[in-house]
Design a protein around this ligand. Structure first.
Ligand code: ASP
Length: 423
């Protein structure tokens, strides 16, 4: 059993869908689980619809263009204009309309109810297209297979139940190409819950873990894992292989090539993860596995959209353990991830993703105790396995607000008044 995952870019238009189906058939064989994301940027489009509705603004035109985007792809893929996929898309759009109009007093639950239609539409189209080519394949609704707790928009997987269901639905079935959605799941009551933005990689890892798959392949628009974003650095190198630990750390610091939650389930079962290009499928990508490698080429990770919050004591009592625990407690309660932190006698600073939905509430909760300073539009740059010359080159001309160095990693939080760091 192998698992393939195709992201939004690999199904962004009709040609891309043809290409992903070709790769599936040429590089895979049943039993195979194929995880597909929403087409192109359709999750962003759904988020926009959700926000328009929340703000009481008209959203019908945006919904029409969302529908046309999918219908245009389907019309180009299916010769028969009356193919049943058109009804299927129509039905899914009716459901989406109904969900958009549903009660949104529990906003997070409402968001998940609506946003899963990107993946439901893309998988319906891909499944229909494969079938139309005479390729037997099985459609699965991931909401019935992956069970989470009630943390809407960031569901925590209930592994035992999920493993049992996936085993029953896939291992007991005849070998097939199973097409299913990334990103979406449901809680024990059957309400849709998503796994966090860009969570389809994690879906692939969940399936692989539950099925004890041989490998997972993530098909991307890059040839593998590079040591830096090629838009920002002009001397990138591709890693032929990486250990699970290196890859996990890179995702933690902000490398967006794989979702941070992907590595752990695979490492536990020692399932190799291959990252390859869907534009050049025969070229070797990067293999992430249980291995040790000699010193690695430094990785430069640019994490944009950061903010710095500093909590300053007012009464000369210093930042002590009680104050730190008060701050950490709230970060945990609001589920806000700290990307970097630094403490001094009277101030404690944290760098977090911006804008974080819960940040305002957190700041309000702590404003009685601290003076709170705030800087936005920052970028966190991490160099893994750094070399001093490289650090010096990256620091040049930058305003640095926070800086940290350990044996292997260097980090700086900078203002983003420059446009690029191409060498
Ligand atoms: N469609 C979702 C997103 O854009 C999940 C994914 O693509 O991984 O965030």
């Amino acid at each position: 059993m192998k698992v393939f995952k195709f992201g939004g870019a690999s199904v962004r238009d009709a040609d891309a869908v043809r290409n992903m189906c070709r790769i599936t058939l040429e590089q895979g064989a049943p039993p195979l689980v194929v995880i597909v994301s929403a087409m192109g940027k359709s999750t962003n489009a759904l988020e926009e619809l959700i926000n328009l509705n929340r703000e009481g603004k008209p959203w019908e035109d945006s919904l029409k263009s969302f529908e046309s985007f999918h219908l245009d792809i389907a019309r180009s893929l299916f010769e028969d204009p009356n193919h049943r996929i058109m009804d299927k898309i129509g039905n899914l759009m009716d459901e989406l309309y109904e969900k958009l109009n549903s009660d949104h007093s529990n906003f997070e639950a409402y968001y998940d109810r609506v946003v899963c239609y990107g993946e439901l539409l893309s998988t319906a189209i891909v499944h229909g297209y494969l079938e139309a080519q005479g390729i037997p394949c099985t459609f699965l609704d991931a909401r019935e297979l992956i069970i989470t707790d009630n943390t809407y928009r960031e569901g925590k997987v209930r592994w035992l139940e999920t493993k049992k269901i996936i085993g029953e639905r896939i291992l007991r079935a005849d070998p097939s190409i199973f097409i299913t959605q990334g990103f979406i799941a449901s809680n024990t009551k059957g309400n849709p819950v998503t796994l966090g933005r860009e969570g389809s990689d994690f879906t692939a890892a969940i399936f692989a873990y539950c099925l004890e798959a041989e490998t997972v392949t993530i098909w991307k628009d890059v040839p593998g894992i590079l040591n830096a974003d090629p838009h920002r650095w002009d001397q990138t190198v591709k890693y032929p292989s990486l250990s699970y630990a290196e890859a996990a750390e890179m995702t933690y610091y902000g490398a967006t090539v794989i979702h941070p939650k992907t590595i752990r389930p695979l490492a536990v079962k020692k399932i190799p993860l291959i990252v390859k290009s869907f534009m050049d499928p025969v070229v070797e990508g990067t293999r992430i596995a249980d291995l040790h490698h000699p010193a690695l080429e430094p990785a430069i990770i640019f994490k944009p959209d950061q903010c710095l919050i500093s909590f300053q004591v007012r009464d000369f009592t210093f930042i002590n353990e009680r104050k730190l625990s008060m701050i950490f407690h709230l970060f945990e309660e609001y589920n806000i991830k700290i990307n970097m932190m630094q403490s001094s006698a009277i101030s404690f600073s944290v760098c977090i993703d911006s804008p974080d939905r819960k940040m305002k509430v957190l700041i309000n909760s702590l404003s009685g105790e601290f003076d709170i300073l705030y800087n936005d539009h920052l970028e966190l740059i991490t160099i893994k396995n750094y070399q001093p010359e490289l650090v010096a080159r990256l620091k040049k001309g930058k305003q640095i607000l926070l800086e940290q160095k350990s044996r292997k990693n260097y980090q700086m939080l900078t203002t983003t008044s420059y446009s690029s760091i191409l060498a």
